[in-house]
Design a protein around this ligand. Structure first.
Ligand SMILES: Nc1ncnc2c1ncn2[C@@H]1O[C@H](COP(=O)(O)OP(=O)(O)OP(=O)(O)O)[C@@H](O)[C@H]1O
Length: 298
């Protein structure tokens, strides 16, 4: 007999710009029609879910469904490392980078159909100085945008685009010392992406060769250059970025893979973790977590 699935669903009331009216009823009705157990809870404003593992055990939960953006996915999945539950996403954020990397569309009917199909596969995540990330972290320009975005009264793609443009012309490179794959070098860079997913979100694939489950981090170092060349090289990277080697330090964009990386942040550049502004540090020790949790893919 097939396993009777038991769903715990979290809905973030503030993420993204999509209307969530009727979402709880839609999910409950669709899952109940299949005779599945379903409980729906709001997400935690403080991002903390210490009760989650006990609740999963007590209620025999098989699936945790997250209706929110990357920040919400980060917060909930950080409490699900080594859990057997399948994690499903109904993308409801501003960027939805992890969901899109797993092929999950924004349309709630299609996303729920994918959850019902249950194509679950383990994915990697990583620690950046003991903080959990499952999607993409950035140090520098994109982190400054994330910090500015968080202060805006509205969320969504339009606000992201506005903040990115506003900050672009004043953006300056930061000095970094980078150690990975037994090599160390110093550079001045606008930003460094540490990517498990292929994208920032909204299908902007800064690390187009990234796999969620290859046991490797994709590192993109966007080095100092003039702003016109920066735009051209970024567009080329997003469209068809090819993996190279850490030693290619003459390139505007260095793109390589590694399991671990140490980044010394010599100018105190800002940090974001999965799109959420985070407190920066003078040094980042970053390590992959292989098979961190199980995600339902398209
Ligand atoms: N119940 C709640 N009330 C208010 N804020 C909440 C609640 N639950 C979570 N949050 C906040 O929502 C934010 C996370 O939103 P999320 O990242 O999912 O959406 P987003 O930023 O619009 O999308 P994305 O991360 O995909 O760009 C976190 O800052 C979290 O603290």
């Amino acid at each position: 007999m097939a396993l009777q699935r038991r769903f715990l669903v979290f809905i973030n009331p503030i993420s993204g710009t999509q209307q969530k009216k009727g979402l709880k009823a839609y999910i409950t009705n669709t899952l109940s029609l299949q005779q599945f157990y379903v409980e729906v809870l709001p997400t935690q404003q403080n991002g903390q879910y210490p009760f989650l593992k006990d609740k999963i055990a007590a209620d025999n939960i098989t699936d945790v469904i997250i209706c929110g953006g990357d920040g919400t996915v980060n917060q909930i999945s950080s409490f699900l490392i080594d859990s057997n539950v399948h994690v499903g996403i109904i993308p409801m954020g501003s960027g939805n980078g992890l969901a899109f990397a797993a092929g999950i569309p924004k349309n709630r009917t299609k996303a729920l159909a994918i959850i019902l199909k249950n194509n679950a596969q383990p994915i990697d995540a990583f620690y950046i100085n003991n903080q959990f990330s499952c999607m993409l972290c950035g140090i520098g320009f994109d982190a400054q945008v994330a910090h500015n975005f968080a202060e805006q009264p509205s969320r969504g793609l339009a606000t992201y685009a506005k903040e990115t443009t506003k900050h672009f012309f004043s953006a300056k490179p930061y000095r970094f010392k980078i150690t990975a794959n037994q090599q160390t070098f110093t550079t001045q860079a606008f930003f460094i992406s540490i990517a498990n997913s292929n994208q920032f979100g909204n299908h902007v694939t800064i690390a187009p060769k990234a796999s969620l489950s290859d046991g490797l981090l994709d590192i993109v170092v966007v080095n100092k250059t003039n702003k016109l060349n920066l735009i051209i090289k970024l567009l080329q990277q997003i469209k068809a970025g090819k993996l190279g080697h850490i030693s290619e330090q003459n390139k505007t964009i260095q793109y390589f893979q590694t399991e671990n990386i140490i980044i010394e942040n010599l100018d105190n550049a800002p940090l974001h973790i999965d799109g959420e502004p985070s407190k920066t540090a003078t040094s980042f020790n970053i390590n992959i977590i292989k098979n961190a949790f199980t995600l339902i893919h398209a």
